[in-house]
Design a protein around this ligand. Structure first.
Ligand SMILES: [Zn+2]
Length: 439
């Protein structure tokens, strides 16, 4: 990467005018006008080189823009559950192609997916070159719309340790939809295999009420701790409804908190206590949630949303400054996912997961280059996924000059349209939603 501004997101938050050299997938040199020969040079002039963005909670779905503006129970029982029941591997293949194409195009180099048919999504990831973690979404109640403990175990058996960029985890959906015994069994298996557990936690007030009734007054955080034992190998998404004690418990245990501000807003679930969690020392990363509740996987937009909602909710414009937000989307998410020893910052020896973001845009000027400059501010407040010029994962170029190199974008788009309609028709919800006749 020649001639860029490098935002390292390292311990010193250094910003350098420098080249970055990569060999065998690792960052081997960072410095001005490096005197090194390269077999391939990516142009980073008028651009900023950042650690690849890490999406700490998402579902690879085909559900974008198909069930908008419905009352919650109509949405859930008449559309969402029948649709999730109808997912077949063919739909999941199209979903993974579409979601991974979008993430690579937006500078996201790594993500954790919690959804269906993970073996199909993992095969797509082997082709796309993304660094992915798959946690099959296990739903016990109601039966049918998710993966099961048995399919999750089979997936971990088949995929754990099989491919250097792909990890297989456990994915209990949530405390209201996954049985306590399933959580407990997953904890035994996850500890034995050395893999993580990814779940939704304290997402809504309804969840708080239901768990309190079921447990005689426990909070969702206390109940999850009782079932699996909170710790660094647990990733908890949303974490909106937390007591002061819950904040301390999540922070003290090193549990990974995945913040999903857009999804929380769209579902009317309120604002997570991110300022309090960070003050308590919690490990916090950023995720988009699915294309149903966001509706894109743009981590730049998610950074801006994270900053906006904290400032609005606390009525304090000084909270969650730009550098903290960028950390959340990079090294924060990498820590949440247990990948911080490999990625999340631009440092010698780390794997080369990088995004090169164009700054030669009207919306990234004025550009100040003296002192600390204002590059980080532009990344958080002005940039979008469409500004990413190149994306690199593990030293492999997945997008160059906005051209995807590992996924055929036309194939992904056509498959998404075709398979989404097939999915919705086989779920029996297509005509109900869009009119016309049943094909
Ligand atoms: Zn989710």
């Amino acid at each position: 990467m020649r001639g860029g501004t490098v935002v390292t997101v390292d311990a010193g938050d250094r910003i350098l005018e420098a080249d970055v050299a990569v060999r065998d997938g690792r960052i081997v040199a960072i410095g001005a006008r490096l005197d090194m020969a390269a077999t391939r040079v990516l142009d980073a002039r008028d651009a900023v080189v950042i650690p690849g963005l890490v999406n700490a909670h998402m579902h690879e779905t085909l559900d974008r823009g198909v069930f908008e503006d419905l009352p919650f129970t109509t949405w859930l029982y008449d559309f969402a559950l029948p649709k999730d029941r109808a997912y077949e591997p063919r739909h999941m293949r199209a979903a993974a192609l579409l979601n991974q194409a979008e993430m690579i195009a937006g500078g996201t180099t790594s993500a954790i997916d919690i959804f269906r048919h993970p073996h199909v999504a993992a095969e797509v990831a082997q082709r796309s070159g993304m660094r992915m973690t798959f946690s099959p979404q296990v739903v016990d109640d109601p039966v049918g719309p998710g993966e099961t403990l048995a399919t999750n175990i089979a997936f971990v058996d088949e995929w754990h340790g099989r491919s250097p960029l792909i990890r297989a985890w456990f994915g209990p959906h949530g405390l209201c939809s996954t049985l306590p015994a399933t959580y407990e069994r997953m904890r035994e298996l996850a500890s034995a295999a050395g893999v993580g557990i990814h779940t939704h936690l304290a997402e809504s007030r309804d969840e708080v009420t239901a768990i309190a009734e079921r447990t005689g007054g426990l909070t969702p955080t206390q109940y999850l701790d009782r079932l699996v034992g909170l710790g660094p190998d647990v990733v908890a998404a949303h974490c909106v409804e937390l007591t002061d004690a819950d904040v301390q418990q999540l922070a003290g245990s090193g549990t990974g908190v995945a913040h999903n501000p857009t999804s929380n807003a769209k579902l009317g679930n309120g604002v997570a206590r991110i300022v309090d969690l960070l003050a308590a020392g919690a490990v916090v990363g950023l995720g988009t949630d699915s294309n149903m509740t966001n509706n894109n996987l743009d981590m730049f937009e998610e950074m801006r949303m994270a900053a906006l909602v904290q400032k609005q909710a606390t009525r304090d414009p000084a909270v969650l400054p730009s550098a903290s937000v960028l950390r959340m989307a990079t090294i924060g998410s990498a820590t949440v996912l247990g990948l911080v020893h490999e990625v999340g910052s631009i440092e010698l020896g780390k794997r080369a997961d990088l995004a090169i973001v164009d700054l030669r845009r009207a919306h990234t000027h004025p550009l100040i280059r003296s002192g600390r400059g204002n590059v980080v501010e532009h990344l958080v407040w002005s940039c979008s996924a469409a500004d990413v010029r190149h994306t690199v994962v593990d030293g492999r170029v997945l997008m160059e000059d906005r051209q995807l190199l590992t996924i055929d974008l036309d194939e992904a788009l056509d498959a998404a349209d075709h398979e989404a309609e097939h999915l919705l028709r086989s779920a029996g919800v297509f005509t109900k939603r869009f009119g016309g006749t049943d094909a």
